[in-house]
Design a protein around this ligand. Sequence first.
Ligand SMILES: [Zn+2]
Length: 248
Amino acid sequence: MDNYQQIAAWLAAASRTVVFTGAGISTESGIPDFRSPGGIWATSTPVEYHDFLESADARYEYWRQKAAAHRDYARCQPNIGHQVLAQWQARGRLRGLITQNIDELHQQAGSTGVLELHGTARKVKCLACDEIREADPWVAAFLESDQPPSCPACASPLFKHATISFGQALDRATLAKSMKLSQEADLFLALGSSLVVHPAAGLPQLARQRGARLVIITRDETPLDGLADLVLHEPLGAALEAIAAALP
Ligand SMILES: [Zn+2]
């Protein structure tokens, strides 16, 4: 039995499989990993949440960076990795899907109920009244006017992408649901995540501590490799396709 057949057998036998994805699943769609040398933070210092709240200059810089980053992924499409996971979910093989990604490519591939630990860059949200809108028109308006937009509902200037900024706390309900799923998992697949950003990276540990089998598939070594039942360091899309082909 090869590694793909082994993972497929575990997946077929599991009843509470939880999938956790990171940037590595989206790099194959052409979305740069924000920590990589080509990512936006190689050339810009990210705006801290506290500064966004306090300073109009910081809000301008925030929108400038977000508008530039928006171009990186607005045209990107889901890849075979996203599609395989959406198929597994549709066939009842997954209990839950947790992601660190903010690109909504899982949803575009057909996944539902995705827990977005770091929010979504495809929407903008008011910090004062929770008004939420599609991001595209607001990015376009910023590029045209060179002025950060205000909330269309309450006129607050605290109107930003619905992502978790540096220095901003994760959404508590999303984190609580993710932790519960991880604790209840009997198979946990950590895919395309470097497993270094906490608390997100604590989820596979939580699953493993509660007795789940842990599989890690990602390009580079992770701090949790020693904890896993099986580790593959290889391109994710091809690996998921091979596992799908090995399923009964
Ligand atoms: Zn508002």
